[in-house]
Design a protein. Structure first.
Length: 347
């Protein structure tokens, strides 16, 4: 129904408008008595074989929602009825910020992709905290945190610490986002020394808490093998809990969309099917060169059960959806989980 009816209607709107319509409609529908149970009946697939134990957490299934969709923790309770095993909010920054000027989100329909230069638009950590405090569902929540645009890199650690401390009691794990291409100079924090300093500071803060939260690092797919080697070394040295591979790419190679259209769109991170192969390569490289000792959440171009299985076979323990969720609809979650359960039962 989604692809035949809802998606064509939503795609009549600009991408950001379609997002607002989707969120608003879903919140409205879930407020109607009984509707959330209808959603659960249609989309939730439960099977003990899907359980994954990672970072000291038990995930009911390995399919999550990637950061970027629910930036402000607005639809946690509602999306808990769609069959996800976990949800990731954010990217959250200490202060609210509007992000980059619109238009800043573009569909590449012939490529099943998106280009975005959102720029960490969000309502800030206080707004996210208020919603997290009110949530009713018990679904596993990740908090993806970043720095404000106006914060210089030399002071970035303070921004990450502020959000880490503020959200610590209300999320189940954290993701340090230093890989978005849409905040000026942010990716420089992926360099060895500043990254090590940032992660060590967060690890120290975590160790001083009564309850320690898993901390993961989200990396770009555009890193060289030498840079990936540095990432592996840093993860092992800091004893970080894992990696999310990967964020969006600045590459524009192999697109079906006309070059003139791409040029007119301009800068931004590319997601969806065009990044699938590279994100899988990054997962494979990290898994192989760490001897499988670094837990990985795989994200990038998952539009089918086959795509998810490829990520898991490459070395990921969990996967996340974003662009594939927009193009394929919520039915994709159940399709992936059913296929994974079927594979487990036939082993």
């Amino acid at each position: 129904m989604y692809q035949a009816l809802l998606r064509p209607i939503l795609f009549l709107f600009s991408p950001e408008k379609a997002h607002k319509v989707t969120v608003g409609l879903f919140k409205f529908l879930c407020a109607i008595p009984g509707v959330k149970y209808l959603f659960r009946g249609v989309y939730v697939y439960q099977n003990k074989a899907l359980e994954r134990k990672l970072f000291g957490l038990t995930f009911p299934n390995p399919v999550g929602l990637a950061a970027g969709f629910d930036k402000n923790a607005e639809v946690i309770d509602e999306f808990s009825h769609l069959g996800f095993g976990f949800l990731e909010i954010g990217t959250v920054t200490p202060k609210a910020q509007p992000g980059n000027p619109q238009p800043r989100l573009f569909r590449l329909k012939s490529d099943n992709g998106l280009i975005n230069r959102m720029g960490f638009n969000n309502e800030g950590m206080e707004a996210a905290l208020l919603r997290l405090k009110k949530r009713k569902s018990k679904i596993i929540i990740g908090g993806n945190i970043g720095k404000n645009k106006v914060t210089p890199n030399e002071q970035a650690t303070n921004d990450y610490l502020l959000s880490f401390n503020k959200l610590h009691n209300y999320v189940d794990y954290f993701v340090v986002n230093v890989s978005s291409p849409n905040t000026p100079n942010l990716r420089e924090l992926q360099e060895k020394e500043p990254l090590k300093k940032l992660l060590m500071t967060l690890k120290k803060a975590n160790s001083e808490k009564e309850i320690q939260r898993p901390i993961l690092l989200k990396i770009a797919p555009d890193l060289t093998e030498s840079q990936l080697d540095d990432i592996i070394e840093i993860i092992q040295e800091t004893e970080l809990d894992g990696i999310i591979a990967s964020n969006t790419t600045i590459s524009r190679e192999g697109l079906k969309t006309p070059a003139t259209t791409i040029e007119n769109i301009g800068a931004g991170g590319l997601s969806g099917k065009p990044v699938k192969a590279r994100s899988t390569e990054v997962i494979q490289y990290i898994s192989t060169n760490s001897n499988g000792k670094i837990p990985i959440i795989g994200v990038g171009g998952i539009h089918s059960p086959k795509d998810a299985i490829e990520k898991l076979a490459a070395g990921a323990s969990l996967v996340q959806l974003y662009t594939g969720f927009i193009y394929e609809g919520p039915g994709l979650i159940k399709k992936i989980n059913k296929q994974l359960a079927n594979n487990e039962e036939n082993l």
